[in-house]
Write a protein that binds this ligand. Structure first.
Ligand code: DGL
Length: 255
């Protein structure tokens, strides 16, 4: 162990998406030190094979475990679906994953629920089990967000082309669904653009629930930070350019 990030929490995503989860984590746990790593050089994960995503995720997390992190949040639905069991059997630190917030949407009483996520998240067993468990009495409508993550990663989300992409993916559901689950951690950053297509219906994402689960797991393991000063956040990216880190910071500061 090298200890460069000793006792940090590692928050990982294929790119900038996990920052939507990071924001909930720092709100709930302001005294923790966090290292955020986005694998933007290899994004998007959602159109890769499961084996590729497992390998990329395993290698990234191994690096941070070697640097001494005390827990890891896989702030990526795709990587959680593909690799969480493998990570949990490989590393002894708490590994917290994310999943599309189907449960809270169903419990809130919605009956026609659009779940937008990557192709891989919607294809893998974890989602099918989730839809089966909570989808009774509700219609779960899966919609793969093909091409969406690429545009978010490039910061091109306020263009007519992006609106058209969303219109093509979602327009047919306008007026026909009563809630949307944002099943990819990139999508909270385009909530407004999705609402422009689907209208102002309720949105659900897993960020807050993940932060609560992280707190619970840290507490259970007796490793919550005991400090009373604010923690710090370090942003790292496999596409390690000043522009990329600036994009991450912009997402972190976004209202
Ligand atoms: N942010 C990721 C997720 O939650 C995946 C995006 C991607 O790389 O395809 O699924």
């Amino acid at each position: 162990m090298n200890g460069k990030y000793l006792n940090d929490i590692c928050v990982f995503d294929s790119g900038a998406g996990g920052i939507s989860v990071l924001r909930e984590i720092t709100r709930l746990l302001p005294h923790e030190d966090i290292v955020y790593f986005g694998d933007s050089a290899n994004a998007p994960y959602g159109s890769r094979t499961k084996e590729e995503v497992r390998e990329l995720t395993l290698n990234a997390i191994r690096h941070f475990v070697d640097e001494g992190v005390k827990a890891c949040v896989i702030a990526c639905n795709t990587a959680t679906s593909a690799a969480a069991p493998l990570l949990r059997s490989t590393f002894s630190i708490p590994i917290i994953g994310v999943e599309p917030a189907v449960k809270p949407a169903v419990l809130a009483g919605h009956r026609r629920i659009l779940v937008m996520a990557t192709e891989m998240t919607l294809r893998l067993e974890k989602f099918h089990r989730l839809a089966e468990k909570y989808g009774k009495g509700a219609e779960i409508i899966p919609v793969p967000g093909i091409g969406v993550v690429e545009e978010i990663e490039a910061g091109r989300t306020d263009t007519p082309e992006f609106h058209e992409l969303l219109e093509n993916l979602l327009g047919r559901y306008r007026g026909r669904v009563d809630a949307v689950v944002l099943g990819c951690t990139h999508y909270p950053f385009i909530r407004r653009q999705i609402a422009e297509v689907l209208g102002n219906i309720p949105f659900y994402d897993g960020g807050e629930g993940t932060a609560r689960e992280l707190k619970r797991r840290l507490d259970e393991n007796g490793i919550l930070s005991a400090r009373d000063r604010d923690g710090r956040v370090i942003f790292l990216s496999s596409r390690n350019t000043p522009e990329e880190i600036a994009l991450y910071r912009k997402f972190y500061g976004m209202p």
